[in-house]
Write a protein that binds this ligand. Structure first.
Ligand code: NDP
Length: 448
């Protein structure tokens, strides 16, 4: 069978075996489309079924999460953990608590994670998990009871050498604390390295909270530098207003750019003065309110529940909310307004059609598996500190993060060129570079 027919057959099997899992099909197609040149150069990977094995998770867990709400009523959610690939290290990837979570979404995220983690050059495999639990409007007590019930099932599958979750949408320092507490109680082990994203002070790493947002901005900065440009004086739009978005805003401002708009699931906010980060944190992190509360507190800002944040003209866009939020028409509007660069802080926020629009228009485009790798890279730094019972300074950790992001950027470009694409084809470069690292390890470890 020739290479293209082989890849098509694998994709057909992914669709047949995982019916209805549209996001997983999309993520698999995006990687598979890049692999022909690598498989032509390395026929041994085709012969040993590397691609067939890569698209099939090593283990998939689905479990009931019962808990009692503040009214005394029993609630039942569904928990997931997809342990996708451990050729390079323990499964590593976050937990997402959001009502949209289902097996297909967890699988798409876990699949992306394999290549992202490989790209960092660190010893971490790929996995992802979560639950269809909606934390919005829940009390601290409810969040705690949910996390405890979730961990009461998941703990048996985790371990610092086995599977190491972290946060994602709806899971931040508070949730990681409750999850860790329950793991410690059940196992009677203070196993710091079993979860990352812990608060600083009891095993957490400096810069982990900031890492994904900072890393995405570093990646964008590296892309811009290749064209002799930078963030200085640039108008920037960031979608979302959660963990990744907040620290992307912070780093853009530190580099002299101006973030003029951000969003949440209720709408978007424009502040031509530049987003006031302290006010935004107060609204989103302390008061846990909608972004409209920012506009109520600051008269120069306006909130819109209609349209999207991508209607706002900008030089650089950093989508940091969720998958498939940048549609074809958003990309067309951004290009029309003269956009220079897009770096995905979120996982797969641009639809395939939007990516095509950016690439055809010559916009610098950093895919999530490269641009948002700073989060998981800093989680791996947290694991290193935990293993050594050590704690590094903010500056030391941030310089390691910056170094990793420079390395990921360079790896995408050199691999893209080495395998026959232009250096600006970051999508192709990220897919092939990540694939090669995992394929080498899988081949060496035999058919397992
Ligand atoms: P948070 O829960 O902290 O924030 C998510 C933000 O996105 C919120 O502002 C939320 O709005 C918004 N959002 C979520 N779903 C939607 C939707 N359907 N439509 C519009 N807005 C939405 O999550 P994170 O910041 O941690 O994660 C954001 C993205 O980054 C995700 O794709 C995640 O997988 C990815 N990522 C995160 C990493 C991390 O370290 N945290 C690492 C790598 C990738 P609202 O408050 O209204 O729900």
């Amino acid at each position: 069978m020739n290479v293209s027919a082989h890849i098509e057959a694998v994709y057909a099997e992914v669709c047949r075996r995982n019916p209805g899992e549209a996001e997983f099909h999309q993520a698999a197609a995006e990687v598979l489309e890049s692999l022909a040149p690598a498989l032509e150069r390395h026929p041994e990977y085709a012969d040993t079924g590397i691609v067939e094995r890569l698209v099939e998770p090593e283990r998939q867990l689905i479990f009931r999460v019962p808990w009692v709400d503040d009214q005394g009523a029993v609630q039942v959610n569904r928990g997931f953990r997809v342990e996708f690939n451990s050729a390079l290290g323990p499964y590593k990837g976050g937990l997402r608590f959001h009502p949209s979570v289902n097996l297909g979404i967890v699988k798409f995220l876990g699949f992306e994670q394999i290549f992202k983690n490989a790209l960092t050059g660190m010893a971490i495999g790929g996995g992802k998990g979560g639950a269809d639990f909606d934390p919005k409007g829940r009390s601290d007590g409810e969040i705690m009871r949910f996390c405890q019930s979730f961990m009461t099932e998941l703990y048996r599958h985790l371990g610092e050498h086995t599977d190491v979750p972290a946060g994602d949408i709806g899971v931040g320092g508070r949730e990681i604390g409750y999850l860790f507490g329950q793991y410690r109680r059940i196992t009677n082990r203070y196993e710091s390295g079993v979860l990352t994203g812990k608060p600083v002070g009891w095993g957490g790493s400096h810069v982990r909270t900031e890492a994904t947002g900072y890393g995405a901005v570093y990646f964008a900065q590296e892309m811009l530098a290749t064209r002799g440009q930078n963030f200085e004086g640039r108008r920037v739009v960031v979608s979302g207003s959660g963990n990744v978005a907040l620290y992307a805003v912070e780093k853009v401002h530190a580099l002299g750019g101006r973030v003029v708009a951000c969003s949440d699931s209720s709408g978007y906010l424009v502040d031509e003065d530049g987003i006031d980060l302290e006010l935004l944190k107060q609204v989103k992190e302390v008061r846990r309110e909608r972004v409209s509360a920012y506009a109520e507190a600051k008269r120069t800002a306006r909130f819109s529940a209609r349209g999207t944040v991508y209607d706002v003209a900008c030089d650089i866009a950093l989508p940091c909310a969720t998958q498939n939020e940048v549609r074809c028409e958003d990309a067309v509007a951004l290009v029309k307004n003269g956009i220079l660069a897009v770096a995905e802080g979120a996982n797969m926020p641009c639809t395939p059609e939007a990516v095509r629009v950016f690439r055809e228009a010559g916009v610098l485009f950093g895919p999530g598996k490269a641009a948002n790798a700073g989060g998981v890279a800093t989680s791996a730094l947290e694991m290193q500190q935990n293993a050594a019972r050590d704690s590094w300074s903010f500056e030391q950790t941030e310089s390691r993060l910056a170094e990793v992001m420079r390395g990921v950027h360079a790896e995408c470009r050199t691999t893209a060129e080495a395998y026959g694409a232009g250096p600006e084809d970051y999508v192709f470069g990220a897919n092939v570079a990540g694939f090669l690292r995992v394929a080498r390890a899988m081949t060496a470890q035999g058919v397992i």
